[in-house]
Design a protein around this ligand. Structure first.
Ligand code: SAM
Length: 209
């Protein structure tokens, strides 16, 4: 769970120019990757800024956000269908969701393996899952992680992307993988260089039993 002052600090990030640029790039990426999805479940959606923008662009899509922090959800736009819930025990029926998004959230969930298992359960056959992790190899991540007062340092639970990939591949067929969103000295730019790209992504589909 996220305390009030931490969630306020987190939300502030997206309000400044740098945060807005990051959000814009993340939105471009997610929009392209999830363009075929009719309904999208975002797990650990936090203030759901990206989800609200995606909903605005695609009113025909049903976008649902789940987060276990009421403080985060209180800051969110009401245009997205939001629920307070645990990614490790989802309140959705088996095979009821087209696409799942984790936007820098799986690495903040205590039991990420359990969350992936739950994602597999609620995703329909051949449904898509897009995982964006903060890239632990990047300068951006290392700087955040060095700072004991940062949201990342205080809340992140898992920093081994290889282990997460291993667990992910047990449930999902990986169809794309890579690095995205270069960040250096508050500049945001295109890069798939693992030292510069702030995000590591895995895209998968649900395969059989
Ligand atoms: C770094 S924030 C990312 C928020 C949002 N996706 C974004 O990109 O701005 C991580 C989020 O994961 C949420 N979270 C952590 N554990 C969770 C759990 N077990 N179930 C649901 N959400 C969880 C936190 O409350 C927080 O909002």
């Amino acid at each position: 769970m996220v305390e009030k002052d931490l969630s306020t600090k987190y939300v502030k990030f997206y309000k400044n120019d740098f945060g807005k640029k990051v959000l814009k790039r993340e939105l471009e990426f997610v929009n392209l990757k999830l363009e075929d999805c009719k309904n999208i479940l975002s797990i650990g959606c936090g203030p759901a800024f990206l989800e609200a923008k995606l909903q605005h662009i695609h009113p025909e899509k049903k976008i649902i956000g789940v987060d276990n922090s009421m403080e985060m959800l209180k800051q969110a736009s009401k245009t997205v269908d939001l629920s307070c819930g645990d990614g490790q025990n989802l309140m959705f029926k088996d095979a009821s969701i087209d696409c799942i998004l984790y936007l820098t959230s799986l690495e903040f969930i205590d039991n990420y393996k359990r969350a992936l298992e739950e994602s597999w359960r609620v995703l329909r056959e051949n449904g898509k899952i897009l995982l964006l992790l903060l890239n632990p190899r990047s300068y951006y991540f290392r700087e955040k992680y060095r700072n004991p007062g940062s949201y990342v340092r205080k809340n992140i639970k898992h920093t081994d992307a290889a282990k997460i990939k291993e667990a992910f591949s047990k449930y999902f067929l990986i169809i794309d993988e890579g690095y995205y969103l270069g960040i250096l000295d508050n500049n945001v730019f295109d890069s798939n260089d693992p030292r510069l790209a702030s995000l590591y992504f895995l895209e998968g589909v649900k395969h059989g039993e």
